[in-house]
Design a protein around this ligand. Structure first.
Ligand SMILES: Nc1ncnc2c1ncn2[C@@H]1O[C@H](COP(=O)(O)OP(=O)(O)OP(=O)(O)O)[C@@H](O)[C@H]1O
Ligand SMILES: O=P(O)(O)OC[C@@]1(O)O[C@H](CO)[C@@H](O)[C@@H]1O
Length: 316
């Protein structure tokens, strides 16, 4: 029985290596004060967050080489239901450097190309997992050479099969997917600005850009704005909220936790936005890309603005 399972797809997953340093200075040897290894990639993180909160999920990922074996090992140790598709290219390692104030510098490898045959195997694997699922969530960057419209094609296919589709990606893959009519897209500020081809500097700009993506095909837009919280633009209207974090530890994966919480919270309206914000804030308070567990999540810090200031400039 697969009812209500949220299936994630990560075509370009990673081993996320995080080191903490006292200060990042180019051209020097820096001794790390701590090091950590997490399974990574946006869909992987969404599944990790859902699993940590007892929401049924399955993660489909490509894996290659010894680093791919390690990714499988880490995910299996977490107890994730995994659809691992073996590919020839090595699984990438992404490196995050965190400074004491929570400032993050991230180095993401491009990943390795996927052949047509490998992409077909991925599609088959997703198909095997999605029967009766409530959502399929396609996430992250595309490895080099993968067609820009791949998420769009998957979106058309799953939408026709009656499964809701969420997309969290960057670059040209985002506008292409939007045209295919996904139920949800989750751009951050930069991705939103790139998709509409103009700067997004205020809450009003975010709403305008999100409405444009809705006009082009996306049903709902959940725009994540870092420390400025998030804006939900859907058929029923606009909802704006935030959840302040006094001492950010690492923002890596906060967008994935926000998306997971939003889906777990019902994916509509203020209650779902509030749940997403609570999960996102909890992730920011945890080291590296650790996903929050129920005991980390504080719903009392969430503020949903009933009379938002649309002219407010964004901080981040
Ligand atoms: N400094 C912060 N303080 C409070 N909340 C934050 C902060 N940074 C992020 N968040 C929360 O996390 C959510 C996602 O952050 P952001 O917009 O940076 O996502 P993202 O760029 O998709 O992140 P990632 O790709 O690392 O998952 C925000 O909407 C907000 O709720
Ligand atoms: O290179 P992409 O696919 O855009 O992002 C990959 C990534 O930065 O996203 C996650 C955080 O959201 C990390 O686990 C991972 O390293």
């Amino acid at each position: 029985m697969n009812q209500h399972v949220i299936v994630t797809l990560t075509l370009n997953p990673s081993l996320d290596r995080t080191i903490e340093v006292d200060r990042l200075a180019q051209g020097t040897v820096i001794r790390a004060t701590s090091a950590r290894l997490d399974p990574g990639g946006k869909g992987v993180n969404v599944s990790r967050a859902l699993l940590a909160n007892d929401v049924p999920t399955a993660a489909v990922v490509t894996v290659g080489g010894a680093d791919g074996d390690q990714l499988v090992h880490l995910l299996e140790a977490d107890g994730i239901r995994l659809g691992a598709v073996r590919v020839a290219g090595r699984t990438r390692s992404n490196i995050t450097v965190v400074e004491p104030d929570g400032l993050v510098t991230k180095f993401n490898e491009p990943g390795e190309p996927l052949s047509r045959k490998e992409l077909d195997a991925v599609a088959d694997r997703v198909l095997a997992e999605v029967e009766g699922a409530s959502w399929v969530v396609t996430c992250g960057s595309l490895p080099p050479g993968v067609p820009t419209d791949i998420y769009a094609r998957l979106c058309e296919f799953f939408t026709a099969a009656g499964i809701r589709v969420a997309v969290d990606t960057s670059g040209p893959a985002l506008p292409a997917a939007v045209e295919a009519g996904p139920d949800l897209v989750k751009p951050n500020r930069e991705e939103l600005a790139e998709a509409v081809g103009r700067p997004v500097d205020s809450v009003g700009d975010v709403i305008e850009a999100a409405e444009e993506l809705r006009d082009r095909g996306a049903r709902t837009v959940l725009a994540s704005l870092g420390a400025d919280g998030a804006v939900l633009v859907e058929e029923e209207g606009v909802t704006i909220g935030e959840a302040p974090v006094a001492e950010p530890r690492s923002t890596v994966g906060a967008g994935d936790a926000l998306l997971a919480g939003f889906l777990a919270g019902g994916a509509r309206g203020a209650p779902a936005l509030a749940e997403g914000l609570a999960w996102g804030a909890a992730a920011v308070g945890l080291p590296a890309s650790r996903m929050p567990r129920p005991e980390d999540i504080r719903r009392d810090i969430v503020r949903i603005h009933t009379r938002p200031d649309l002219g407010r400039s964004l901080i981040a």
